[in-house]
Write a protein that binds this ligand. Structure first.
Ligand SMILES: Nc1ncnc2c1ncn2[C@@H]1O[C@H](COP(=O)(O)OP(=O)(O)OP(=O)(O)O)[C@@H](O)[C@H]1O
Length: 311
């Protein structure tokens, strides 16, 4: 386990009777990461989150939180975690202050420090002006803020958020997303969602789960799903002349187009344009062909739903 890793899940598996909900999930969350767990309904996101936070025992496998085993020392390990389940665990009959004070007590924050912890969590979640309101009278968006505030009240290293925007209206969704992005500056975050733009808006890394299995893990950056360069020329060169830096393979595609497969992070466009001008190839078209996260998601998650049963 490297020193930057906050959560490390090893071989996490959960069965419900004969059905596999999550199979052999391995995951590492490092300091400063905002990781999105993406998957269609029933993929196993909630089951994974519950196991990662010690709220559901895995059938096999273990989770280390800052190197502490959830199985062996659950209380110690959970000190470093804040968790917002799919249904926010708020008490509608309490005020925001009463509820957060109660949560602070549950996390072992001493009476003297409680007022400060509550004030900090309210400030960070934009709740200060709602302090004495009954939670049951707040909008869903504000109730979700209260849910977020209880997840960070003990200043954990990691916050785990299960579908935090479900059931909110578009304005509330925007507010909660920007709040999560803000919280991500001081905490590492694991967030589950079945909404692609949400993951793209908030996360730096995405893992796609389908039928209980991890099928994709990538950083969300300019190179996400990059396939390569597509180029077309009036006076086509030989394929061997297109071996620029980072080009791994040159294929001749439909309509005389060349497809250049690229190494991770490579972008030889400037080199290619220079060569085309100098050697008179007559460049007609040049583009980076990328697959969007949506295309990757659809490709990886549509199809055989019976995998789970077969596993
Ligand atoms: N308590 C349970 N008993 C039996 N099966 C369960 C239980 N909880 C979940 N499952 C099954 O395990 C699988 C994964 O469920 P899970 O709730 O983890 O998925 P999810 O990705 O969070 O879905 P959603 O987005 O719909 O919440 C599903 O097939 C679900 O029906």
């Amino acid at each position: 386990m490297d020193s930057d890793s906050l959560i490390e899940a090893r071989g996490l598996t959960r069965r419900y009777g004969p059905n596999l909900a999550v199979g052999d999930l391995n995951l590492t969350l490092r300091k400063g990461e905002v990781l999105g767990l993406l998957g269609p309904n029933g993929a196993g996101k909630s089951t994974s989150m519950k196991m990662l936070t010690g709220n559901l025992a895995p059938t096999s496998g273990d989770v280390l939180i800052r190197g502490i085993s959830l199985r062996e020392s659950p209380q110690l390990a959970k000190r470093h975690l804040g968790y917002l389940p799919e249904q926010p665990p708020v008490y509608p009959e309490l005020t925001v202050d009463e509820y957060l004070g109660f949560c602070a007590g549950l996390h072992g924050i001493g009476k003297k420090q409680r007022a400060e912890a509550v004030a900090d969590a309210k400030r960070d979640c934009g709740l200060t002006h709602m302090s004495s309101r009954l939670i049951g009278n707040l909008s869903k968006g504000y109730q979700q803020r209260v849910g977020l505030a209880q997840a960070i009240i003990h200043r954990p290293d990691v916050i785990v958020l299960d579908e935090p925007t479900v059931g909110l209206d578009p304005i509330q969704i925007r507010e909660i997303r920007s709040l999560i992005a803000e919280l991500g500056k001081n905490h590492s975050v694991i967030l589950s969602s079945h909404i692609l733009p949400e993951i793209q808006a908030v996360c730096g890394r995405v893992m796609i789960i389908n039928a209980g299995r991890l099928v994709y893990d990538a950083h969300i950056d300019a190179h996400l799903g990059k396939k390569g360069l597509v180029a077309q020329f009036a006076n086509a060169p030989a394929a061997s002349e297109l071996q620029f830096t980072g080009v791994q393979k040159v294929d001749i595609g439909p309509a005389g187009r060349f497809l250049l497969e690229l190494a991770d992070g490579a972008d030889p466009r400037a080199e290619l344009v220079n060569a085309a001008v100098q050697r008179g190839w007559g460049l007609l078209e040049l583009r980076l062909e990328t697959r969007t996260l949506e295309e990757i998601f659809v490709e990886l998650t549509s199809g055989d739903a019976t995998l789970r049963e077969a596993a």
